[in-house]
Design a protein around this ligand. Structure first.
Ligand SMILES: NC(=O)c1ccc[n+]([C@@H]2O[C@H](COP(=O)([O-])OP(=O)(O)OC[C@H]3O[C@@H](n4cnc5c(N)ncnc54)[C@H](O)[C@@H]3O)[C@@H](O)[C@H]2O)c1
Length: 369
């Protein structure tokens, strides 16, 4: 390793303890050597690297060399590639290599899209092969790479076809974030704030004191953020791997309204921006129905705003439209759906709410007008 390539900090290893499916999330800078050693230890018959058209040209060569990948398969960048047709293409290309067997290793190099798609490829090829996620977006590092949810989208909705398939390891190499576009980086901070609110006072206070460092991607600050998020998510996944007890569902804090915003304006908002708006709404609901202190809610809104994230619902969103998307089916409007609410920072719960005018006014933040 050249002196300039030396990591400034030692990597951290966060365990995700799931019996035979346990693995480590390695967080640090310039982890290619660690990746190489891991690849060697796995002794795969072949390695297939899946990436997208933005990340591939920037980082695939280095990762391919480190893990000694036999083939690189590239899908177009963007959420549209989480599709049955791109998955089908990947199966075709994988079999065409002549290197598919149960001892192979799939490496997903990219953001959450590549992680979900490559992970589902690994979950289904030969009834499941090992896979490693090398997340390159902040969202994938703090959220999607941990926990084993893999999926593609369907015309009926996002992530409707998928599987739980835990990775064999995750390598969060913070160096990759240097090429991540600013808007993508900032958008992911909404998931960071969400995790902080769920995890408790310490992480929220850390973010409040380090807004500027986080925004300028200061290595120590970003490492602390990624590590805190990974530790928190690992804990939740260890308790409720397949979302059966409801604990993992608390990670959806802010996501009910975010889903509405994303569905109605897929081109206008990135996922994290929609989540920030959804957190704003979920906080208002928490103040009204879960006794969350108003000053705590304001504090979180201020934090989101200090990262430059939106927190107001688009003024053109009507109550009827919001409920239609939330219920997923016009016939269900009027019935209750469950929201994640906070009674205090670090204390989340689930609250069934009837889709009525009172709820509409709270979520939209328009008083009772
Ligand atoms: N599995 C889970 O638990 C889970 C959790 C949350 C989100 N997700 C999924 O994750 C996806 C969103 O993830 P995302 O925001 O990372 O989206 P993404 O993978 O589409 O990445 C966003 C954009 O950034 C680019 N990019 C990524 N890393 C880069 C880098 N280092 N340099 C330059 N460009 C880079 C990508 O090419 C893309 O254009 C969605 O599909 C969502 O459903 C999954």
């Amino acid at each position: 390793m050249k002196p300039a390539d030396k990591p400034a900090t030692e990597p951290t290893h966060v365990p995700v303890s799931l019996n035979q499916r346990s693995y480590e999330v390695v967080i640090g800078e310039r982890l290619l050597e660690q990746l190489r050693l891991f690849g060697e230890s796995q002794k795969p018959t072949s390695v297939l690297l899946v990436t997208d058209s933005n990340v591939g040209p920037l980082h695939a060569d280095a990762v391919q060399n480190a893990i000694v990948a036999n083939h690189v398969l590239t899908v177009p960048a963007g959420e549209n590639s989480k599709s049955l047709s791109q998955l089908g293409r990947l199966y075709d290309e994988a079999f065409a290599t002549g290197h598919v067997d149960r001892q192979m290793l799939i490496v997903a190099l990219g953001g959450g899209m590549v992680g979900d798609l490559g992970g589902f490829l690994a979950a289904t090829l030969m009834r499941g092969v090992r896979f490693v996620h090398v997340p390159t977006s902040l969202l994938a590092m703090v959220d999607s790479s941990v926990g084993g949810k893999t999926a593609i989208n369907h015309a009926s909705g996002k992530n409707l076809i998928g599987a739980f398939h835990q990775p064999a390891a995750v390598f969060c190499d913070l160096h990759f974030l240097t090429t991540l576009p600013e808007r993508e980086y900032v958008s992911a901070l909404a998931e960071v704030v969400k995790t902080a609110v769920l995890s408790g006072e310490e992480f929220v206070a850390y973010l409040e004191s380090n807004v500027e460092q986080v925004l300028r991607r200061d290595l120590q600050a970003v490492k602390h953020v990624v590590e805190s998020c990974v530790r928190f998510k690992a804990g939740v996944v260890e308790e409720d791997e397949t979302e059966m007890t409801g604990q993992r569902a608390t990670l959806n804090f802010g996501h009910t309204l975010a889903h509405v915003v994303e569905s109605l304006w897929p081109e206008r908002y990135l996922h994290g921006e929609a989540v920030a708006i959804g957190i704003g709404a979920a906080l208002r609901l928490s103040v009204e129905r879960a006794k969350l202190n108003e000053s705590a809610a304001k504090r979180v809104i201020r934090l989101l705003s200090s990262f430059g994230l939106p927190t107001e619902v688009p003024p053109e969103l009507s109550e009827a439209e919001m409920f239609r998307v939330m219920a997923g089916d016009k016939k269900r409007v009027g019935r209750a759906i469950h929201f994640v609410v906070m009674s205090e920072i670090g204390q989340a719960g689930s609250l069934p709410c009837k889709l009525d005018d009172e709820l509409g006014a709270t979520l939209l933040g328009r008083g009772n007008a």
